[in-house]
Design a protein around this ligand. Sequence first.
Ligand code: 13P
Ligand code: SF4
Length: 299
Amino acid sequence: MEKLAERIRELKERKNAVILAHYYVDGFIQDVADFVGDSLELARKAKSTDADIIVFCGVYFMAETAKILNPEKKVLIPYYKAGCLMADMAIAEEIEEFRKQNPDFAVVTYVNSSADVKAVSDVCCTSANAVKIVESLEEEKILFVPDRNLGSYVASKVKGKEIYLWEGYCPIHDKLRVRDVEERKRKGGVFIAHPECREEVRKLADFVGSTSQIVRFVKETDASRVIVGTERETIHHLKKVRPDVEFEVAYDGFICDQMKLITPERLLKALEREQFEVFVDEEVADKAREAIERMLALS
Ligand code: 13P
Ligand code: SF4
């Protein structure tokens, strides 16, 4: 593995490439990456990099967001089929139809969505800034797309807005049940949850936040045991931050298979062959960029 890491580092230097990785990808990839973060931090990083090539180790919508923010740069994803299951639960035509029938609504779209959907939205958000973004809008009526769980979390925090929820969800976060948490809690410790978890599960949480907010919480916790209500690989980073804490994932199958399609070998090939390049239709990208930039300005 050390040889593989060396080869990746050497190619990265030679090609002036930057490797951005989400907390859910394989631990080896997190360790060779230049930057590891949640979707908001990665979007910011993608915007500020002066590298010629961005190799995005995450799912497709994340690489697409990086491309939209950097149309002149080469953006690569090590495996083009690594998609987000939730992102596939909304299509642009349906949102446009809703807009036609409900012109007084603002459409707030979670970044876990396609460029086409972003392009027909007023503003994007991530799980780290969704509450802030919705609060900052003048419109009272909001359509929140596509995650009904993050949407219901926002609705519980924001007063004076009518929030309509799209019927999308993350099958991996949505699968966590109250009984899983209660079972783990019997051994003690605090429970932290991603807002993509169901409402009844979030109610049991000592802290709810995006992956980077979870990392910040763990840095400062007094607890000696933490039950992690998000993708299992996040624990790779949490252990580095707090080697003194015991971590347990909230249910055994808390794995995003899509993120696992990004393997160390595919990362090496991506650098060697400069594959798979991400392209976004220019007109779609221009419209989607407005929604993403508006989010970045507001958060
Ligand atoms: P973050 O916004 O915490 O990066 O989460 C993205 C995601 O896909 C969670 O499932
Ligand atoms: Fe998408 Fe769920 Fe995977 Fe996150 S964990 S990338 S929301 S499928």
